[in-house]
Design a protein around this ligand. Sequence first.
Ligand code: 6PG
Length: 484
Amino acid sequence: MEPKGDIALIGLAVMGQNLILNMADHGYTVVAFNRTVSKVDEFLNDQAKGHDKVLGAHSIEEMVRLLKKPRKIMLMVKAGKPVDEFIETLLPHLEPGDLIIDGGNSHFPDTIRRTKYLEGKGLLYIGTGVSGGEEGARHGPSIMPGGSAKAWPLVKDIFQSIAAKTPDGEPCCDWVGDDGAGHYVKMTHNGIEYGDMQLICEAYQLMKEGLGMSNQEMHEAFAEWNEGELDSYLIEITRDILAHQENGEYTVDKILDTAGQKGTGKWTGVSSLDLGIPVTLIGEAVYARCLSAMKDERVAASKILTGPDCKFTGEKKAFVEDIRQALLASKIVSYAQGFMLMREASKEYKWKLNYGAVAMMWRGGCIIRSAFLGKIKAAFDRKPDLRNLLLDEYFHGVIDRCQPSWRRVVRSAVEMGVPGPAFTTALAFYDGYRSERLPANLLQAQRDYFGAHTYERIDKPRGQYFHTNWTGRGGTVASGTYNA
Ligand code: 6PG
């Protein structure tokens, strides 16, 4: 009998199951397999019941036998060792030209390594970001594939048909680039997700503690924000979370204030340090989660350390609008930083990323989906080689408009003693980025003073290095110059 399977999917946790059902709904025959084989029958008899396009396999051999050639096998398993283990398990059953796809949140250096490894064996490999949680997987995720370029035509139709669509009907899925490019873009997406969430949390804390607003009032503010420039999935769920009650009590008030994290935000921060790009807002967002997790220490410190005791005295409604504008301006900085990072990574890893296409992939389906990403797409359509989002006429105009509010919010937060690390760092970055002259002249002098590290001069061409004998005691010998 001719094999019928268009693609196999290994890993029947909720994301895997929902992707299978989504593919089946779009007319693809999907072979389902799971390491704990009993899960296959559970799935067939439950969620996949009645779907004749979903076939179950009870062994790797059976799964491979059911697939048309070249075989396409997608892993939806935990990132890290399980991916390598499955690759090794699959290898003896595959032939040159077959394709393995990793749809988990893998770290991009692993994807670079695995692509090279499998291409060396004549196989094809894709590492793809899949964003949107359970709902997205079932009804339209954002999909960010990278890896062996030759593999793209094999899955393009499947991926683009199951992906979310932008309001213009474009699929939120396109080829990102070689080896680890897809997972890098997904990692950056997650870093930006951390930043967006942190900004919303800071807005919430300012409203709650600074303005003394009730959950209902905050729910209404977020509902209003979601109708305008901030229209996005994360604002929308925040609106709903704030109104949610269990047994007559607000659920959000019962949740312990310690944030978890699985590492993708941290990877973004680490990569930004490796590449020398100041992605400060995501960094602060990761650190804010770390600080929140030190609950016992904070409780103890709160009994000893003091701060200002001032309450907000101005016009509340106007300040809520200031917070909205501060959030928008900070968000622009965060995305500008994220795209700066991808630009540098694209250069470093030779990926030729298409930034407009990235914005389009994030426009729908994923956790950071928003109307705002449509504006970013438009900015890259206007100028594909745009150096920095802050320099785009639209975003530059929004920042100009929001700036007075943004500064008032940062000032008030500092005065009231309400922490606003993401709002604050965004503004500091903005002021640094627009500075023709920064105090690094003094810093270079300090380095030269204590370590003869040399400096460049404003009255000499770049690339010439000078050393001053600052104390009269040092010699004229300078240390070598290099930048990490
Ligand atoms: C997505 C999300 C998802 C991520 C979770 C949890 O795009 O669907 O980014 O991939 O794993 O949001 O991340 P943290 O546990 O690190 O918050």
